[in-house]
Design a protein around this ligand. Structure first.
Ligand code: GLU
Length: 453
């Protein structure tokens, strides 16, 4: 195993070994009409890809194709509330790329969902699916809604009506959504059920139109914990290079929803000690250790980590300054900006969330010698087990958990190995290396497919 390049020494270079300075905005950004604002999430994510593309000399036509999604679908639909009044909702489905297979990616239910966020997340799915070796392209969608503001009956009507609005744009062989922030297996069940009634193109098993369903309705064992499992599989694979052992690590988690809580519970099973956690309800620390299972139960009952009685409430700054071996951001994108990065004192940051770190934040982390395990590698466990669920639906099988976990680990280790190989070849940081490895597979597909006509 190669020694991990410490961030400080990792300099991007092109294939001739020449060091590259990071262009603020690549000319392609203007050419395809992206906002020039470098803080725009879509411009930010595409610019990171373009930097990797430059280093590996990716053909120009591919840079252009990948810089914009294939389709951007936006819908508005009315839904009756429990009090009899109607509300109009906005929904999205962005289909970024399908060169490797059907579009694939989650549906976010959040009050702050915007087109550019959905585009970024769809783009990241293209990269993630390519890197982790599943036969999918990338997509993402969502509804601008805060699920906490609605009764279960209202959410059911919202979700079913949204499904009807996009039913002709999704399908088991075309575009397969899944859960994301704010959505869960019950929502997926309503989507599968609605689609089964509406569609004549669902094939033998229309429920394969969506993954992350409840196990009782075509879901896979291990899907609920899959993203957290993938985060820990990646850590277990990468930590030895940093001379760290899970059982000797303490760690903190930002965001204690599905990804954060499962990452914490599974990392704890490996012997690691959770010492701090945070979410929209507060920041908590306990140097002696917080039982991740107990905290997850508390969060389920109370809605957040705030007020957890077996830890001390602390400030945001104290949370970020709290010294840990591993920090897992598992909340929303762009949360680790320059001020947070300056405070963070960890050895490894494992990105459970999508795009949690801004490029400016990442530069600070890298300068401090912190190893950043990028999201397209670290959180690819969710979509990988989604793929297993889809395979089980298509073939009318039900795998046991052991088979799911083993197959997931194989994909995660292979993706980590490809990322390490790209880092060794191009002498770059891990995020750039992960992009390069993802772009390599896409390049091979485009080379044999060609561009129609
Ligand atoms: N929303 C998850 C992600 O960002 C899972 C996507 C899927 O399973 O298709 O990776």
């Amino acid at each position: 195993m190669s020694t991990l390049t410490k961030g400080k020494n990792a300099k991007a270079s092109n294939s001739n070994g020449k060091a590259l300075s990071t262009p603020r905005t690549d000319p392609i950004v203007g050419e395809v009409g992206l906002p020039e604002d470098p803080n725009n999430l879509y411009t930010e994510t595409v610019s990171t890809m373009l930097r990797a593309a430059e280093i590996m000399n990716l053909p120009r036509y591919l840079r252009l194709i990948l810089a914009q999604p294939k389709n951007e679908i936006m819908v508005h639909f009315p839904v009756q509330m429990d009090d009899g009044e109607f509300k109009l909702f906005k929904g999205y489905r962005v289909q970024h790329n399908n060169a490797l297979g059907p579009y694939k990616g989650g549906l976010r239910f959040h009050h702050d969902v915007h087109l550019d966020d959905v585009k970024s997340l769809a783009f990241l799915m293209t990269m993630k699916c390519s890197l982790v070796g599943v036969p999918y392209g990338g997509g993402k969608g969502g509804i601008k809604v805060n699920p906490r503001d609605h009764s279960s009956a209202e959410m059911e009507r919202i979700v079913r009506r949204f499904t009807a609005a996009i039913a002709h744009n999704i399908g088991p062989d075309y575009d397969i959504p899944a859960p994301d922030v704010g959505s869960n297996s019950q929502h997926m069940a309503w989507i599968a059920d609605t689609f089964s009634f509406l569609s004549e193109i669902g094939g033998d098993n229309p429920a394969a139109v969506i993954t992350g369903k409840p196990v009782s309705y075509g879901g896979s064992l291990g899907r609920e914990k899959a993203t957290g499992q993938g985060v820990v599989d990646t850590l277990v694979e990468m930590l030895p290079e940093l001379k760290l052992k899970p059982e000797k690590c303490n760690f903190s988690v930002l965001g204690f929803g599905n990804v954060g809580s499962w990452s914490a519970k599974i990392f704890q099973e490996k012997g690691a000690k959770l010492t701090a956690a945070a979410d929209h309800t507060g920041f908590i620390i306990n140097e002696k250790g917080i039982d991740a299972d107990d905290l997850a139960e508390f969060v389920k009952a109370k809605g957040g980590v705030g007020g957890y009685p077996k830890a001390t409430k602390c400030s945001k700054d104290d949370f970020y300054k709290h010294k840990v071996d591993v920090f897992i951001p598992a909340a929303l994108e762009q949360m680790i900006q320059e001020p947070e990065a300056k405070m963070i004192t960890c050895k490894v940051m494992a990105e459970g969330a999508n795009a949690p770190t801004t490029p400016a934040g990442e530069r600070i982390l890298i300068d401090k010698g912190i190893e950043v395990l990028p999201a397209i590698l670290c959180n690819a466990g969710g979509v990988t087990v989604s793929y297993f669920e889809w395979v089980q639906n298509k073939t009318f099988q039900a795998w046991d958990l052991e088979k799911v976990d083993k197959a997931l680990n194989k994909h995660m280790v292979q993706a980590a190995t490809k990322t390490r190989a790209a880092r060794g070849k191009y002498k770059c940081d891990l995020r750039t290396a992960a992009y390069i490895a993802a772009l390599q597979r896409l390049t091979e597909a485009y080379e044999v497919r060609g561009i129609f006509p």
